[in-house]
Design a protein around this ligand. Structure first.
Ligand code: PAF
Length: 283
């Protein structure tokens, strides 16, 4: 039988709930989300449960990581079904602050991440994004003080930025990446997939197929330019507008010339109609 998780909406309530969870010196894992939960988030929660005795999920649609032109207002908000999913997973606590609690009047401090945050990938197209993510995740870490924090590999650059920040600022949390969960046809699960029309939904798995083709060619010994060019063509031919399709060092996200330069990751961002999709795979 699943029970409803405790919901905290302000800092004193959060601290009371956390003190209770930690009574027996239990370890705590945090899963930061913006809600609109799908099976990808459920897999993050399951990983959190394997890592720690208690699991906290934050649900906060963070205005600081959206540009004025982006979908903050229309971002899917599905509170009731989110709570039901988290109850079914036996989550202990939901941290659900409102914007005023997270950014009180006069709020004037931001984290400005560098390194992987300025790798020339997402940051080139969404320059506001990683400052907003690092600021809110930094706050979530200091509010919850988790032992572990679980992030999906689907947002790979975000995972690298947050892991770097946790180390650089000695935040005392181990950032753990969780494998991307895919639909049967390879499309990475994302809260934004609901924006795709039926026809776009049929086209969307091309991104994953194209990346896998580049992986195959890189492993077969093709040089980087040759291995990437054919797949980029496959993506644009399918009707996407490409923002980037690149192979990078898996840790630093620096450009790489060949497999000898270390572990590699292929990363893609492309628009299909009005929907922008991102994805990545290990080489
Ligand atoms: O990946 C997300 O859902 C968000 O960027 C995060 C990490 C919850 C920060 O708002």
């Amino acid at each position: 039988m699943s029970r409803s998780p405790i919901v905290a909406r302000n800092i004193p309530a959060l601290h009371r709930a956390l003190d209770h969870l930690r009574l027996r010196k239990s370890t705590v894992a945090l899963v930061p989300t913006m809600g609109a939960l799908h099976d990808g988030h459920v897999s993050l929660v399951r990983l959190a449960k394997r890592r720690a005795a208690k699991v906290v999920v934050s649900i906060f649609v963070n205005p600081a990581q959206f540009a004025p032109s982006e979908d903050f207002g229309s971002y899917p908000r599905t509170w009731k079904s989110d709570v039901a999913k988290l109850a079914a997973e036996d989550v202990d606590l939901i941290w659900n602050p409102d914007v005023k609690t997270m950014y009180p009047d006069g709020f004037a401090t931001r984290v400005v991440p560098e390194g992987p945050a300025v790798a020339g990938l997402e940051d080139r197209f969404r320059p506001h994004f990683f400052g907003g993510v690092a600021t809110v995740v930094g706050k979530l870490f200091t509010q919850v003080r988790p032992d572990f924090a679980i992030f999906g590999e689907k947002d790979y650059q975000q995972l690298r930025v947050v892991a770097r920040m946790a180390r650089d600022l000695d935040l005392g949390v181990k950032v753990v990446g969780s494998r991307t969960v895919r639909e049967r046809d390879g499309l990475a699960m994302s809260s934004r997939n609901v924006y795709l029309s039926a026809q776009e939904r049929q086209t969307a798995p091309v991104l994953h197929r194209a990346m896998k083709e580049s992986v195959r060619r890189l492993r077969a010994g093709d040089d980087v330019a040759a291995a990437m060019a054919g797949s980029a063509e496959m993506i644009t031919q399918a009707g996407f507008t490409l923002d980037y399709f690149e192979v990078r060092h898996a840790e630093t996200l620096a450009p790489v010339g060949s497999l000898k330069d270390g572990p590699m990751r292929i990363l893609v961002a492309a628009k299909l109609g009005k929907t922008r999709l991102i994805d990545n795979v290990a080489v």
